[in-house]
Design a protein around this ligand. Structure first.
Ligand code: FAD
Length: 381
């Protein structure tokens, strides 16, 4: 039998890597193209994974649940014991991706710049020359594009359908990050963030969430990430649209919101003060959602040979459930790729569509709920 053509995957994020691992488990070759270099800093925020989602992935990885817990969970192993009695697990995204990369053929520094349409059944990925990509172009018959919420593939497919545009939701959001060294961290902070790993604080319709993303019991270092969000008010229109490059500059507009926040109640006030935020890394975020219409995705696969999955096809406002959906997409798609490399696109889309739509509905409803209060309340997450 001639050697099988690899499945080409764009994006070494959670969806792309999970798919490649599932294929590897079935001895179906794949090649992953990733815009970042292998040693680039990757996001290390905490994400909540559902056990029913990550367990089938562990089978593909050939990893026990205990090993997974030891390597990626945010909870300290020696304080664990909880891995078996909860439905979810908080994991460090960077650590998760590190595990997912093992044994895969990943072409780093391969940033897709342009997709050339199918010609006689063959399309071409053209990569950014300036990044010293290992090669400059790659022909394909079929490409799985898992290149995230700002998908280059999605925009180059020129699908000209309103469902392919990100919908900006009427909330304003800003995120700050701070590294805390052991000497900054009173023992009470470690206890309060130990389990669960954060707090949410509402003051009227303003929500402040604080999470200790990557507490390491050995180095006694932690990174604190905090997000302040509220419904947009008249005059906030300029915060609902911006270029990616404006994210830092626009974060400064939240100074007033921060000053208006009452101090956190004890014991949290002694743990973290947003008022001491001047040296933190601030970013303005947009709350966005997306579900590309199923017929549009099917047409892109049929006519252009490109199937979008993960955040490239459907995105939820942060934090959302996108990582879980990305893994589920990968599991479902891998099950619909035959040993001969044939892909059942229609079956995949039919299986996933309702979950994507329902996920968006739930995420948007959650946003409304958490910003509707007129009382102050602080709760552990
Ligand atoms: C702060 C925060 C908290 C979150 N918490 C949760 C949570 O608790 N639970 C949950 O389920 N989800 C959560 N999410 C959402 C989750 O992280 C995303 O939904 C998930 O990462 C989507 O996976 P993906 O593989 O589709 O996209 P991504 O993870 O974004 O991966 C896309 C990959 O494609 C690469 N790429 C992009 N453009 C190109 C290009 N032109 N050429 C080549 N490669 C390219 C990127 O570098 C990246 O590696 C959270 C998100 C944030 C920001």
């Amino acid at each position: 039998m001639p050697p099988q053509q690899p499945i080409y995957i764009l994006g070494a994020g959670i969806a792309g890597l999970s798919l490649a691992q599932c294929l590897r488990h079935r001895n179906i070759p794949s090649v992953v193209f990733e815009r970042l270099s292998h040693d680039a800093n990757r996001p290390a925020y905490g994400i909540t994974l559902h056990k029913r989602v990550y367990r089938p992935l562990l089978t593909a990885l050939g990893m026990t649940e205990n090993d997974f817990f030891q390597r990626v969970a945010l909870e300290a192993p020696d304080r664990g014991g909880t891995v078996h009695d909860r439905d979810t697990l908080r994991v460090n995204r960077m650590a998760l991706e590190r595990e997912l990369r093992r044994g895969l053929d990943i072409r780093w520094a391969s940033k897709l710049k342009h997709l050339r349409d199918l010609d006689d059944g063959v399309g071409t990925m053209e990569f950014d020359h300036s990044l010293r990509a290992p090669f400059l172009s790659q022909p394909y018959r079929f490409l799985v594009a898992a290149d995230g919420v700002h998908s280059t593939a999605r925009s180059h497919l020129q699908l000209s359908d309103p469902s392919t545009k990100l919908k900006v939701l009427p909330y304003v959001v800003f995120n700050g990050r701070r590294r805390l060294q052991s000497f900054d961290v009173p023992p009470s902070l470690l206890q309060a963030f130990e389990r669960p790993s954060g707090i949410s604080h509402t003051q009227g319709d303003v929500l402040l969430t604080i999470t200790a993303d990557s507490y390491n019991p050995y180095t006694r270092k932690t990174g604190v990430s905090y997000t302040l969000s509220r419904p947009a008010r008249p005059g906030d229109e300029f915060l609902l649209d911006r270029d990616v490059s404006d994210a830092r500059a626009k974060a400064a507009c939240f100074k007033h919101d921060i000053e208006a926040l009452a101090p956190l109640p004890p014991p949290f006030a002694s743990l973290f003060s947003i008022g001491k935020a001047s040296d933190d890394r601030w970013l303005h975020w947009l709350m966005r959602s997306l579900v590309v219409d199923r017929a549009v995705l099917a047409r892109a696969a049929r006519e252009k040979g490109v199937l979008l999955i993960g955040d490239a096809a459907h995105a939820q406002p942060v934090p959302g459930n996108g990582a879980n959906l990305a893994i589920e997409d990968a599991l479902e798609l891998a099950a619909r790729i035959g040993d001969d490399g044939e892909v059942d696109v229609e079956g995949f889309l039919e299986a996933r569509e309702q979950t994507w739509l329902e996920g968006r509905r739930v995420a948007e409803e959650y946003l409304r709920e958490v910003h509707s209060g007129d009382e102050s309340e602080t709760a552990k997450l």
